[in-house]
Design a protein around this ligand. Structure first.
Ligand SMILES: Nc1ncnc2c1ncn2[C@@H]1O[C@H](COP(=O)(O)OP(=O)(O)OP(=O)(O)O)[C@@H](O)[C@H]1O
Ligand SMILES: [Mg+2]
Length: 443
């Protein structure tokens, strides 16, 4: 019997005016962006003034939400039912631009320009590990400060690990604590170890050598960049701390998204523990892309047994010189008609009712027998497919049970795997329905 966990009640969470921020996290590719967008649509259509901060949405999804420009400001999403008084804005995070905005905000004009034009800043702002996570937090802080929305839904970057999102500010902290120089030198591949060493021993001694290696211009770039960033450290740190506190505030709810697979759920369990350790409020777990079946009462074992029975019956007929593998109606009429009665008996003994008793004339009998064989083969194939599906369902349930046994307190909701990807408002609404439904997928 599968273990029960509390149901994650999405609508009360979305409707509660005290809910101000929902953060969707989880490991790579599990459905964070889809969940965030679906929650945005649902919240807006239930009356909230919502904004969704998405990160790297798939192109078709972005288009359907009107996110065609990467201009770092929220745009209203067309096609939302506003009858409940709500609205939806959405934006895609532009990491580099967010970084630039922070620089401009925290330094005077001249210094800002010096930093923005600096090649070291440019490579850092585009590629430093954790920058995207940090900038998502930064943007969240900005949106919250704007106070134009009563609900902000935040998607998180496609990190390998969900924990990266929470680790980013700390990583930025160590970056700001002076270790950043090493990181700064690494991506630019300038000077390598010599570059780091040079900073340790002191500039003047090595300047001559380094100028030769790096070129005087580049060396100056590093120096001006280091000097300029130095004055901004306080600003960055204060903001990172403030955003971190925002994530701990009672109006924030974390939703952990996971696929019903071992690694994703193990990751989700770590994340749940980490949130608790950081005093960050967890709303629950969204188990996305769960497989169910409309015929769950037919077990894998019974479906396999039935498929085997059908296939055996078919083979027997073949061995009798009966059905040959011809398309219906084109079978060798003499051989087929000779064995038609055996074939019909075989099919009915395997539980198929199709075509039995049909065929008064020899031609009709030939054709219907061949059709019956085709149908049986198809039925056997479908039964095998169903058995495979039921095995997936069982495996997902075991994986889920393992999570529930470790974290029985975490509310959960299942979202089934839709046949295609989710790329329009209709798809997002369908996911939203399932999120709110709260029923296990493979009931
Ligand atoms: N329940 C679902 N049914 C069918 N397709 C889904 C479902 N959930 C997500 N998808 C599809 O899976 C793909 C990945 O989803 P999504 O982009 O939301 O994941 P993500 O966690 O944001 O990924 P990343 O870590 O790369 O940011 C998308 O093509 C999306 O349409
Ligand atoms: Mg994503």
């Amino acid at each position: 019997m599968s273990l029960e966990s509390p149901v994650l009640e999405i609508d009360p969470l979305l409707d509660d005016p005290k809910t101000r921020i929902i953060v969707c996290c989880g490991s790579g590719g599990v459905g964070k962006t889809t969940t965030a967008a679906s929650l945005g649509v649902r919240a807006a259509e239930r009356g909230r003034t919502a904004v969704v901060l998405t990160i790297d949405p798939a192109r078709r999804l972005a288009q359907s939400m009107g996110l065609t420009e990467l201009d770092n400001t929220p745009r209203e999403v067309a096609g939302i039912d506003r009858s409940a008084g709500g609205s939806l804005h959405a934006m895609m995070l532009d990491m580099k631009r967010t970084f630039d905005e922070v620089v401009v905000q925290h330094s005077d004009q001249e210094r800002a320009r010096a930093i923005l034009e600096n090649p070291f800043y440019q490579s850092l702002s585009a590629g430093f590990a954790g920058t995207q996570e940090y900038m998502a937090m930064e943007k969240l802080g900005q949106l919250r400060a704007q106070d134009a929305w009563d609900l902000i839904i935040v998607d998180t970057p496609p990190s390998r690990s969900a924990l990266d999102f929470l680790d980013a500010p700390k990583r930025l902290g160590s970056f700001l604590d002076g270790k950043f120089i090493k990181l700064l030198m690494a991506p630019a591949k300038v000077g390598g170890r010599a570059g780091v060493k040079f900073l340790n021993i002191g500039m003047s001694m090595m300047t001559g050598t380094l100028s030769k290696v790096m070129g005087a211009g580049l060396l100056r770039d590093v120096q001006t960049f280091v000097a300029a960033m130095d004055t901004m450290f306080g600003g960055f740190r204060t903001r990172a701390d403030a955003t971190y506190r925002l994530l701990q505030a009672p109006g924030t709810a974390f939703l952990v998204v996971a696929a019903p697979e071992r690694d994703a759920l193990r990751e989700a369990a770590y994340f749940v523990e980490r949130l608790a350790a950081e005093d960050m409020p967890l709303a629950g777990l969204v188990l996305n892309r769960v497989h169910g079946s409309g015929a769950a009462h037919l077990t894998a074992e019974r479906a396999l047994a039935a498929a085997e029975a059908l296939e055996e019956a078919l083979e027997e007929n073949l061995a009798d010189g009966g059905i040959v593998d011809h398309p219906a109606g084109k079978a060798d009429s003499q051989r087929a008609s000779a064995s038609s009665s055996a074939s019909t008996a075989g099919s009915s003994s395997a539980g198929s009712s199709s075509a039995s008793g049909s065929g008064t004339s020899s031609t009709a009998s030939t054709s219907s027998t061949a059709t019956a064989a085709g149908t049986e083969r198809l039925a056997a194939g479908l039964l095998r497919l169903h058995a495979e599906r039921m095995q997936v369902v069982a495996r997902e349930r075991r994986t889920r049970d393992r999570f529930v046994s470790v974290h029985p307190e975490v509310p959960m909701v299942d979202v089934t795997a839709l046949p295609g990807d989710v790329h329009d408002l209709t798809g997002l609404r369908a996911i939203g329905e399932q999120l709110a439904d709260g029923r296990p997928a493979a009931a």
